[in-house]
Design a protein around this ligand. Structure first.
Ligand SMILES: *Cc1c(COP(=O)(O)O)cnc(C)c1O
Length: 424
């Protein structure tokens, strides 16, 4: 199946007389005839469901669909993108371990790694995604367990050189984890470029309607844990907390990572996706291919309009020919990048605030990547406690406006932006 068809049909195929839509199995628990039957599930000897904190049929249908779209072998849904990124690393790194991460990632992920996971004893080295080979090599340590980056960084819109980072990660015997939230599997499939694990905040384009917070982890099934047995004892030696199972030998390359994350991390942390949310997420994914195409077409037109407007100081969109990442975007996502643009208004912070007061179709919201066009001025909202000097140091210019272009008629969006610009 092609990606558009997978959006509709992957993950769930009804049998004779069954519902065409995935059923919402809104049940905490599942009934068995004998204790032996249930015992087999607990021992991971048989497939099935016993408690929704670990697994549920509705969430599994949707996870399978995302796995298929990414070209992976297994996937799990999580309650949020934050939980997905946390699990993706904590599944293979523990206190005393180290991770190399791109410095240009979502602020929530940066905080999770730099503050909270550090408190858990995991050390991070952040590297500029455009650093030299020498700098990248220098970041690795004997206890490095993974490399992490974002396909298109939120909000910097830097396109990640997946192939290069995958090669270096593999040279050091560790997997590359890529957060593919902004590109989506419609525009880029990181596994095709050597990534081993993909994560998503499904809250963004996958859901696409500002309806559900959620996340997903997908395994490519390609990383050979047993070939690096000593680096990944959690996967390659018996889990005494789970009946002495060795995930890598029992479930192979294709299933070990997700089975461990489910049996161990979901069991203990419980960051579970609700069946109802999975159902809503699936509705979003059915139209993903159509929506992403329109998001990109609209964003391209809006970016080109902004570039020509004399009130606008600068525009950052990887689909623009003059953009620093244009060539790299052409390599990794030739059909389009994403719907998010950042730009600056001449006159800085005050003018940006004034501009936003006059918008009507475009809504002010701390969100990106859904059907409705929305906008945020970090300097007067999420980053308002910082001075202009601090903002610049943190890579968020005082005049920076982040515009997430939706799927309305692009003429209405441009008209609205043009009208508001006339006030500044
Ligand atoms: C929003 C976002 C996250 C966090 O996801 P939540 O669903 O809000 O927890 C992680 N990564 C990226 C790239 C994001 O945009």
């Amino acid at each position: 199946m092609k990606k558009e068809t997978k959006c509709i049909h992957s993950g769930y195929q009804p049998k004779n007389g069954e519902s065409r839509m995935i059923p919402i199995i809104q049940s905490t628990t599942f009934k068995y005839d004998t204790s032996e039957d249930m015992g087999k599930l607990f021992d991971l000897e048989a497939e099935g469901y016993f408690y929704t904190r670990l697994q549920n049929p509705t969430t599994d249908y949707v996870a399978k669909k995302i796995a298929d779209l990414e070209g992976g072998t297994a996937a799990m849904l999580t309650s949020s993108g934050q939980a997905a990124n946390f699990f993706s690393i904590f599944n293979i790194a523990q206190a005393g371990d180290h991770v190399v991460a791109s410095s240009s990632i979502y602020g929530g992920s940066f905080n999770l790694f730099n503050v909270t996971m550090r408190k858990m004893g995991i050390e991070f080295t952040f590297v500029d995604p455009d650093c030299s080979d020498e700098e990248l090599e220098k970041a690795f340590k004997p206890n490095t367990k993974a490399v992490f980056g974002e396909t298109i960084a939120n909000p910097a819109l830097i396109v990640f050189d997946i192939e290069r980072f995958a090669n270096v990660a593999h040279k050091h015997g560790v997997p590359l984890i890529v957060d593919n939230t902004f590109a989506t599997p419609i525009n880029c499939r990181p596994f095709e470029w050597g990534a081993d694990i993909v994560t998503h905040s499904t809250t963004k384009y996958l859901d696409g309607h500002d309806a559900t917070v959620g996340g997903c982890i997908v395994d490519s099934g390609k990383f050979d844990w047993m070939a690096h047995k000593n680096k990944f004892p959690g996967l390659t030696t018996p889990d005494e907390s789970y009946h002495g199972i060795t995930y890598a030998t029992k479930f192979g390359k294709e299933g070990a990572f997700i089975t461990k994350a489910t049996a161990q991390l979901m069991r203990d942390f419980g960051a579970t996706a609700a069946p109802m949310n999975a159902y809503l997420l699936n509705l979003g994914i059915e139209s993903l291919a159509v929506r992403v195409e329109r998001h990109c077409q609209n964003a391209q037109k809006v970016a080109e309009f902004l570039e020509k407007n004399d009130k606008v100081a600068w525009v950052n969109y990887p689909g623009l020919k003059g953009n620093k990442y244009y060539e790299r975007a052409q390599k990794y996502m030739p059909n389009g990048t994403c719907g998010v643009i950042s730009f600056g208004i001449k006159g800085g912070r005050k003018k940006a605030e004034e501009f936003m007061k006059h918008l009507n179709v475009v809504m002010i919201a701390t969100h990106v990547a859904d059907a409705r066009t929305c906008i945020l001025h970090p300097a007067s909202s999420t980053h308002r406690q910082l001075t202009d000097e601090e903002l610049i140091k943190g890579g968020v210019a005082p005049d920076l406006v982040r515009l997430s272009v939706g799927i309305e008629n692009v003429e209405d969006i441009i008209e609205d932006v043009k009208g508001a610009l006339s006030y500044v």
